[in-house]
Design a protein around this ligand. Structure first.
Ligand SMILES: Nc1ncnc2c1ncn2[C@@H]1O[C@H](COP(=O)(O)OP(=O)(O)OP(=O)(O)O)[C@@H](O)[C@H]1O
Length: 569
């Protein structure tokens, strides 16, 4: 027989709390764990009615019902416990008391809560990872796949089954594993180009190590699809080039005008066209410099070769260099493999038309001078010159002499370009050409818009003759084209009412002044008209000097050029 002392010692050694009551609900035994959980001294509890010690205890219920209550979770002070209560019967089956066995499960509960939290965080993370457009792949510290998202599957064409638990190299078609590199170096890697998946998708990969408490846990990679961007860039490149390579469309016959000044300019251009001389076309914006450049190329022996047009004002200085002269492989970030030909090389055998030449920065002016003198170019980032046979036609609408004086334009380049200047006079100095030009534009826009406009009314023509045309022929062309658009079907003569107010008509009066008649016009049209009006007034004020006009308007010269073109001024 085990002595009661030994039994007590065993009871006390047990981690679970044990509390025994007799049929009178008095505590006859309580072990250390129970006393500790309840927060009483054993000696103070023994012999006491259990309800006094534990007011909410259900032991009296068990005594009464004689039914056990098993594994019930409840709060005991600050702890959570799991309790089982059972009646105690003697051999005859009479009830002798009841016992409660309970265990502190706070820690287990915390753990369970933590697990639930972790689960929530994981679900949240997965939702985030799956909703990003960038493909993500994660490997563990050994380089085995542990997570990929939907975008990854869409991009790479591999599923979880192909990746999870497999080595980091499974998805690579061309290139080295970035994950392995990251795991080896513990350093992030950016912008690695490679091809992935069965379809050899072109991607750029950024990867970083996952370090928790100083321990390397794995590597995460974000994979960007660049095939679409590459395709679009190539398309854009091609379109840009195609746009430039639109053959020289015009000949001298397309240059309308019989005024002595324009006839003289045409004669000069016609005779120099047959030589190889560099030509400088001078004249205000919209006077027809580009038209002259086309005509010169078309009547030169180079007419079957390329005519390449570059608007030097439209490109930033840094872009202009690589566009004009090309670049070597690796000349700068983003440089194409194998480098790229510049426009000078593309125009080899033909003509390059450098519009707005005054806008070239000083460093590129030096390079241009070299082309003109040495007949060879240096690609950006390369030291070996490439010979080129290109005729240069430059154009400017600014006072280059002043630019030279102000140090903005190299004197030697100025002299080199100005060997054969052709001055194209502004329209206000050859107003006698206006009727011919109007007739020409009526024909042109009849064809373009499918109209049958016959001519212009005398008083309307007079308004055109009275106006000074700061935007020159481009502006006149624009006014005629808009007049035709403004004409109703059935109207075949351009009248004053079809002309804008600034040339003495009144069509745009309605547009410009916000009144009940035009309240239904979109705000954009009203703003554009006002902007156009402001530009015209300032240009008139500065006598067509665009640098000054841009200064007064508080916009860049490039922006002003853009707006002048946009509004056809
Ligand atoms: N003499 C002309 N006969 C017919 N159309 C002309 C004539 N001169 C110019 N044009 C037309 O006017 C518009 C402007 O001409 P162009 O682009 O050649 O001018 P530009 O002097 O090169 O202008 P910018 O300096 O702004 O580049 C074009 O649509 C062109 O066809």
């Amino acid at each position: 027989m085990v002595s009661p002392e030994i039994l007590r010692a065993i009871f006390d050694a047990i981690n679970e709390g044990i509390l025994v009551v007799d049929t009178n609900e008095n505590i006859i035994m309580i072990n250390n764990a129970a006393a500790k959980l309840i927060g009483v001294e054993k000696k103070d509890a023994e012999g006491k009615n259990v309800v006094k010690i534990l007011p909410n205890t259900r032991l009296p219920v068990v005594l009464r019902t004689k039914n056990p209550e098993l594994n019930q979770i409840q709060k005991l002070k600050d702890t959570t416990i799991i309790t089982s209560r059972m009646p105690i019967f003697d051999e005859k089956g009479d009830i002798k008391g009841a016992v409660a066995i309970f265990r502190d499960i706070s820690e287990v509960k915390n753990l369970a809560e933590e697990l639930t939290n972790l689960k929530e965080i994981r679900t949240l993370l997965e939702a985030i990872i799956n909703s990003t457009q960038d493909a993500i792949s994660v490997v563990d510290s050994e380089g085995k796949g542990i997570l990929i998202n939907k975008a990854y599957t869409n991009l790479v064409g591999l599923t979880k089954e192909d990746i999870i638990g497999k080595p980091a190299t499974v998805d690579i078609a061309e290139g080295e594993s970035v994950h392995y590199k990251v795991l080896k170096t513990r350093m992030p890697i950016k912008g690695v180009p490679m091809k992935v998946g069965p379809n050899k998708k072109e991607v750029i990969v950024h990867a970083a190590p996952i370090i928790v408490n100083d321990q390397l846990k794995g590597s995460v990679a974000v994979i960007h699809d660049v095939s679409e961007i590459k395709r679009l860039t190539e398309e854009l490149d091609l379109t840009k080039r195609k746009l430039r390579h639109l053959e020289a469309k015009y000949t001298f016959d397309d240059i309308i005008g019989e005024s002595p000044v324009i006839v003289e300019a045409k004669e000069a251009a016609r005779s120099v066209a047959l030589t190889n001389a560099t030509i400088l076309l001078r004249g205000e914006s919209g006077t027809g410099k580009e038209l002259f450049a086309h005509a010169i190329h078309n009547s030169s022996y180079r007419k079957h070769s390329q005519f390449v047009r570059v608007n030097c004002a439209a490109l930033t200085d840094s872009l202009l260099g690589s566009e004009l002269f090309g670049y070597a492989e690796g000349a700068f970030t983003g440089a194409k493999k194998g480098g790229r030909k510049g426009l000078f090389e593309e125009a080899d055998g033909g003509t390059i038309f450098l519009d707005e030449i005054s806008e070239i920065g000083l460093s590129h002016q030096a390079m241009l001078l070299r082309v003109l003198n040495e007949k060879e170019i240096l690609r950006v980032g390369e030291s070996k010159p490439v010979p080129v046979n290109v005729r240069v036609i430059a154009a400017t609408n600014v006072n280059l002499e002043r630019a030279v004086e102000e140090g903005r334009f190299r004197k030697d380049l100025y002299f080199r370009l100005n060997v054969f200047p052709i001055y194209i006079p502004p329209l206000r100095e050859r107003k006698e050409d206006i009727p011919l030009l109007v007739e020409h534009f009526i024909k042109k826009y009849n064809q373009e818009y499918g109209r049958a406009v016959e001519s212009i009314e005398k008083s309307a023509l007079k308004s055109l003759m009275d106006y000074d045309w700061p935007g020159n022929i481009r502006e006149l062309e624009n006014v005629i084209s808009r007049a035709i658009i403004n004409m109703k079907t059935g109207e075949s003569i351009i009248e004053k009412k079809h002309l804008p107010s600034f040339v003495g008509g009144y069509f745009e009066e309605k547009l410009r002044i916000v009144n009940s008649e035009n309240l239904n016009l979109p705000l954009k049209s009203l703003i554009e008209e006002t902007e156009k009006e402001a530009i015209i007034s300032v240009l008139n004020k500065t006598g067509g000097n665009k640098h000054e006009a841009a200064r007064i308007l508080g916009i860049s010269i490039r922006n002003l050029f853009y707006k002048i073109k946009k509004y056809g001024l």
